[in-house]
Design a protein around this ligand. Sequence first.
Ligand code: ADP
Ligand code: G3P
Length: 504
Amino acid sequence: MSKYVGAVDQGTTSTRFIIFDRKGNIAGVAQKEHKQIYERPGWVAHDPMEVWHNTREVIAGALAGSGIFGADLAAIGVTNQRETVVVWDRHTGRPFYNAVVWQCTRTDAMCRKLIAQGGQDRFRAKTGLPVATYFSGPKIQWILENVPQAKAAALKGDALFGTMDTWVIWNLTGGPRGGAHVTDVTNASRTLLMDINTLAWDDEILGILQIPPSGLPRIVPSSDSNAWGHTLIDGPLGAKVPVCGDLGDQQAALFGQACFEPGEAKNTYGTGCFLLLNTGTTPTMSTHGLLTTLAYQVGDEKPVYALEGSIANAGSLVQWVRDNLGLIKEAGDIEALAAAVPDNGGVYFVPAFSGLFAPYWRSDARGVVAGLTAYANKHHVARAVLEATAYQTGDIVAAMNLDSGVALTRLKVDGGMIENDLLMQFQSDILNVPVIRPRVAETTALGAAYAAGLAVGYWSDMSDLKANWEIHGAWSPDMARKDRDRACAAWKKAVERTLNWVDQ
Ligand SMILES: Nc1ncnc2c1ncn2[C@@H]1O[C@H](COP(=O)(O)OP(=O)(O)O)[C@@H](O)[C@H]1O
Ligand SMILES: O=P(O)(O)OC[C@H](O)CO
């Protein structure tokens, strides 16, 4: 019986490979960052070959560092930054262009045209999503319209399209030598191309965006006992291991946090911030600016849906304070800077660097620091920076309550920013519910490992996974209602100041 399960976590800034045991403990890990390519303001790209080489390296590194052999792994799962797309040559495996990243706004004009023709919610009933630069479909369309070789290959059926899960799985399972061309339902639900009711690509939308279906991957369950392919003996694992788990990273975190019951939610605090609420086996449509998305599908069971609130800038604002203002040396230093004052001194920071995501979806918004007086200092600004993440999360929770009727009783949290006690306490104060941190905080990779391990019987069912989830820390609300109401009202005024900034 194999002793471990492995997961590739292909994120926005880095790629990790983590090896888990049956309890969900980490037995081996390696991580490598890749370049962020900024060709123009608002554009973000990655080099897909660099990402694939890093994937190979971290797999080999985690195995070597832990003394575990590829043959000791029962299965491999993949999780990934969602919406980011690659278009490549099925014969050579060479990408025709850089990966266009989820944060990239290069499709702004295309999206505005789509909105002008049919409204921002023209595809919402089918896809659960508004038209926005965030999603994959227009990014594929952009590559096909702007890279002549990609277009020519697509017309001949020689081009393959995919999100990062698809790119990694195809390469892991052989690439041009018969690699599996698949994506799971959660990743497909972020493309603006899949009908979330039928779980099939939608011909009408493909026609409007002029995307040839021949290049699209097969849509599969997130955990699939029919493995899509195997790693190669001459690959980084040095063994034939089934690849049978695939989830977008935010859905993987929901799975890794064992949010299997309707009404359970998690928030992941990383570069951005993503709050997902399990809403059960029928999609809940949002009328308050949230996304309806696939949460997961296990084998041939009914798919489970989620409502999602996506925040574009959370930890990235802390990085900005570090890199662009030079107020801190490391992200973690922000806590001491902020803790030097008892409150924000009336300062509010809305990081609408490339517009606002949920629940506003305003590409014309830009960042503001509001409420400045001569009294304010760098400590108040640092506090406002941390509070921005908590307030944005508060906006999402309020929208979720209106859309689903669910009043959260607690929030499970994960991601890099949860190291910050001041932020987590403030989050609990603003939401007025306990905020809970699990024992294994690497929930994203864990979720993908769970999906793969379930598929091969390494874990027998979801109750095994639930049993692994344990509380490691908690923050309880400690703010008077009138203070919370006053603070949230000031935040709302600051958000209004960001709107209508860019002339469109
Ligand atoms: N102690 C901290 N306080 C505030 N922000 C932090 C802290 N530690 C890390 N961060 C922020 O968290 C982010 C990294 O978290 P991570 O979950 O690794 O993100 P991602 O998976 O999106 O790359 C960075 O943007 C960083 O600025
Ligand atoms: O790679 P992360 O953790 O920044 O996550 C990115 C999200 O999946 C974007 O939707």
